[in-house]
Unconditional design. Sequence first.
Lengths: 221, 312
Amino acid sequence: MIQFTDVYKRYPSRYEALSGLSFHLKEAEMAFLTGHSGAGKSTLLKLIALIERSTHGQVLVNGQNLSRLSKGKVPYYRRQIGLVFQDHNLLHDRTVFDNVALPLVIEGEEHREIGRRVRASLDKVGLLSKERSLPIALSGGEQQRVGIARAVVNRPPILLADEPTGNLDPDLSRDIMQLFEQFNQVGVTVFIATHDLDLVQSMPHRQIAIQNGRIDSRMSL
Amino acid sequence: MKKRFSFYIGSYLLRHLQSMLFSLGRLWRQPFSTFLTIGVIGIALALPAGLFVLLQNINNLSNQWDDASQISLFLKQDLHENQIKQLNIYISSWPQVAETNYQTAEQSLDEFRELSGLGHLLDTLPDNPLPPVITLYPQNENLSADDIRALLEKLAALPEVVQAQLDMEWLQRLRSINKVLARGVSLLALLLSLSVVLVIGNTIRLAILNCQSEIKIMKLVGATNRFIRRPFLYTGFWYGLLGGIFAWCTLLFAMSMLASPINALTIQYASDYQLRWFAGALLLYLPLTGLFIGVLGAWIAVGRHLNSIEPN
């Protein structure tokens, strides 16, 4: 589903974030991406989401070679990927419902179908009663769940999360991770970048560790 | 298949309607800055439109005077009255001539005496110095300036005529001045339209910068540039449309202020001239122009700035 082959990412400042990275994530697999901050975790996720492009090497996602994808096709490509961020990235002047509905509105989905799927998604993360609230009225954990509901509302085959539990206490973090596990159980490929090693080791999933832009094979399980 | 097609058309129109109303709502929520922008656009549109109205009125007036243009034929003094009468009949039979008026040397003298108040001076002269005159009104509707000139030459060539004079030179000067003014108004209109483009472009640019994080998020969840651009284009649409209507109202106000002094003026000239300001045409063209310029300004601003906002 996600395949990196000898991928390099060099920034204009000559700083090399990724150097010769290769790995393969199968369809419906769930994996953690670990490493210190600055190890290149965010860069790697950005390459998958096509927020940035690799300097060298091949990135294949869901059968598409990302270096061959033209700029105009990027928005359509991103609709196959649900993105969850540490700081939620919600629109604060719109209700929870409107936030979650955004990907469907962008796709031009029918009005009734939007209502149905947004409610199903909010129900899944346990926030159906908050659909009319503004994000600011929610706790950090709830805002993160809104972000997850938005990421999955258009049923993407891939779910990427960048430090989704970064600002949450251990209990809430465990809840969030269990939510990701549930999506994985229905066939979604889940890839989570985190530095919370205790949490990762308590869960039976593959671990890809990177250090200085390379796979750290001693730490990877 | 047919149903799918109509579904696409329907949802396409629905999306446009949505962003149209969405952007109107956004303007409504910031009434003060919206009003300022609309005011600037309205005045910038009203100025050239007002000048255009003024110019049209001057044109109309000078066209009215055009009808009154006449040719004076000064005849040789030693002609017999019969000769003059025959000449008069001959000329009035020409197709270019609408009407002629014959005045003997004595009548000319009487008229001059009456109008000038120099009668006693004329009495000291041994002979009547004034010639007999035929005043001639050309058939204006069918004649161009060149035709009139040709007619003038033909008349001057008649053996009985000393001089044929067209009382229209000042009118031609007015026309030339009018042409200069018209060119000036077009230039001004162009410049002011450009300023409307810039005003709207700048307003949209600020709106885009305000929405920077929103645009980033929309791009992250897969919004196309077209989707993000649409509400901003409709913002320009509303600014332009409302600015055009504002311009029309400004002109309406200005015209109602001018109407009574102009009436007073035309009464003094014993004219029944009515100020025309093309209310209907302007009500159509001002909002349309504003709308076009608004969308254009928004398009330029959005194009420049959307590409620079990428999630990172």
